[in-house]
Design a protein around this ligand. Structure first.
Ligand SMILES: *[C@@H]1O[C@H](CO)[C@@H](O)[C@H](O)[C@H]1NC(C)=O
Ligand SMILES: *[C@@H]1O[C@H](CO)[C@@H](O)[C@H](O)[C@H]1NC(C)=O
Ligand SMILES: *[C@@H]1O[C@H](CO)[C@@H](O)[C@H](O)[C@H]1NC(C)=O
Ligand SMILES: *[C@@H]1O[C@H](CO)[C@@H](O)[C@H](O)[C@H]1NC(C)=O
Length: 458
């Protein structure tokens, strides 16, 4: 029955597209249609593990209007180049061999997951326009643009105004109240500490932060965020990957990239891409130790980035170095997490961690259960013997781990928002999040709390 309906739809679409193209010579439509010879409609069907979701049409002030003021979005950075292409940033031109002809490489800013998620969700086959058939509700706000634009606002009432406005707006809907917000979600491209203020003092910790994620009305809403805090209070927060540079439009492109990093010659045992931190910065101890050991070792490749100089413009150099090393050191930086972790996965370079907070306690939805399957953890007592620890790992073990890392690339990648499900054929970062959110809402709908941290009955 369903099949018949789909083939009917398919047929009528062919007819209407064909007649349309005669009338308007709309080459674009025709070309796009012809490249999708496989059954396009059924392939565009929603993944059965993802529940239908509804995207709220928010007033422009919560997303689109922010974009129009891009020079003022951040006190230290002109964000305009980074909001281009729906948050992917500017295209990276074919500077070196791996930027393939389909131009799926962008100079993506590390704090733009919320914009990219939104662009993907809008075209997602599981999106429904029917409020009453949706099981999940997406609030497409852009905390990564809102938070920095108020970093230097010293009046807290004014700094928080947009957060309060948003939460009052959303929570007034009967739809929100029905399940206390448990079936709603919001995505943040910026770290949790910029969205929870821990002190009322204008100096110290109050610097920068607004109070969005401390507002009680959001306490049941699932918050997908690039860096979370591991506190009971924030058990509704879930880690999602930082976006990296690769946004493929097809499975073929993904496989070809995976093959490329698999074949890549890796003459260096390990590499470090990053910089030092000022004295008294809490990450300085790790940074200087790592850099000194790398400088002294013949087996280490160092790509040194000066503090406060934008390293994310150097995709070529960063990924190039990571492709030539077997292990990539990931010491803490300005905050507990680093975008670099996802760059190193993309380059097939096994990450080396020094703290639990860098990945293990952040990205549960995305990483293998056993940390030793895909990464190396340097215990504090081994901090000064990095080369020693890494060179003791047998070659076949290194290869096995690298295969796991390469296998993780699809699920930590944000595919191009314009790609169709038929072309993609794998679950990316957005799909993976939607699958996990679906498990949670299905718990709610069945009124069970089997092992989940949700309220028992709703
Ligand atoms: C853009 O910035 C100006 C100056 O800061 C401000 O007055 C205006 O309201 C902003 N516009 C939007 C749409 O946020
Ligand atoms: C919306 O979904 C509800 C529940 O699934 C259904 O009863 C209704 O017919 C749908 N409305 C439209 C316009 O499709
Ligand atoms: C902070 O801003 C609010 C709203 O604009 C204003 O009512 C209040 O007086 C300001 N507080 C201070 C201390 O300036
Ligand atoms: C959050 O959920 C709990 C029950 O799980 C409910 O009592 C509470 O009112 C909800 N909070 C909001 C803001 O709706």
């Amino acid at each position: 029955m369903k099949l018949k309906l789909y083939s009917f739809l398919f047929f009528s679409l062919v007819v209407s597209y064909t007649s349309l193209s005669h009338l308007t010579s709309n080459l674009d439509v025709l070309i796009k249609f012809e490249t999708q010879k496989a059954p396009p409609i059924s392939a565009q069907r929603c993944d059965p593990d993802i529940a239908p979701f509804y995207i709220y049409e928010l007033p422009d002030r919560f997303n689109k209007a922010l974009l129009s003021n891009c020079t003022k979005l951040d006190p230290w950075l002109n964000k305009c180049p980074y909001i281009e292409n729906q948050g992917l940033g500017q295209l990276l031109y074919k500077k070196s061999s791996w930027y393939n002809t389909r131009s799926s490489w962008y100079n993506t800013y590390q704090f733009s997951a919320d914009m990219i998620f939104h662009a993907r969700a809008v075209n997602h086959p599981c999106r429904t326009y029917n409020l009453s058939s949706a099981l999940m509700f997406y609030i497409p706000f852009y905390p990564s643009l809102y938070a920095p634009s108020f970093f230097l606002e010293y009046n807290f009432t004014r700094r928080d105004a947009m957060a309060v406005d948003l939460v009052n707006y959303i929570s007034s809907f009967p739809n929100f109240q029905r399940h206390g917000g448990h079936d709603h979600f919001l995505v943040s491209g910026i770290m949790v500490q910029d969205l929870i203020r821990t002190s009322d003092r204008i100096d110290g910790k109050a610097f920068r932060s607004n109070n969005l994620l401390n507002l009680p009305k959001l306490s049941n809403v699932s918050i997908l965020i690039i860096e979370r805090k591991q506190l009971r209070k924030y058990k509704n927060h879930f880690g999602i990957p930082y976006p990296s540079y690769f946004h493929p439009r097809s499975k073929a492109e993904m496989i070809s990239w995976q093959n490329e990093v698999r074949r890549s010659k890796r003459p260096h045992l390990f590499s470090f891409v990053g910089g030092t931190r000022p004295k008294r910065h809490k990450a300085e101890m790790y940074r200087s130790t790592v850099i000194n050991q790398c400088k002294r070792s013949k087996k280490c490749l160092l790509v040194f980035c000066k503090y406060w100089v934008s390293a994310w413009d150097a995709a070529d150099e960063i990924l190039g170095a990571m492709k030539r090393a077997r292990f990539c050191l990931q010491p803490p930086g300005d905050t507990a997490t680093r975008r670099s972790v996802f760059d190193s996965i993309l380059a097939g370079c096994i990450p080396v961690f020094f703290t639990d907070l860098m990945a293990y306690s952040q990205y549960e939805w995305y990483i293998p259960e056993n940390r030793e399957d895909w990464s190396v953890f340097i215990r504090p007592e081994h901090l000064y013997r990095i080369e020693d620890v890494l060179s003791r790992i047998p070659e076949e073990e290194v290869q096995r781990m690298r295969e796991v890392v390469i296998g993780m690339i699809p699920q930590v990648t944000y595919v191009h928002p314009g790609a169709t499900r038929a072309e993609i054929g794998f679950r990316d970062a957005v799909d993976t999040a939607l699958v996990e959110l679906t498990k949670r809402v299905r718990h709610i709908k069945h009124g069970t709390d089997a092992g989940s941290s949700l309220a028992p009955s709703l």
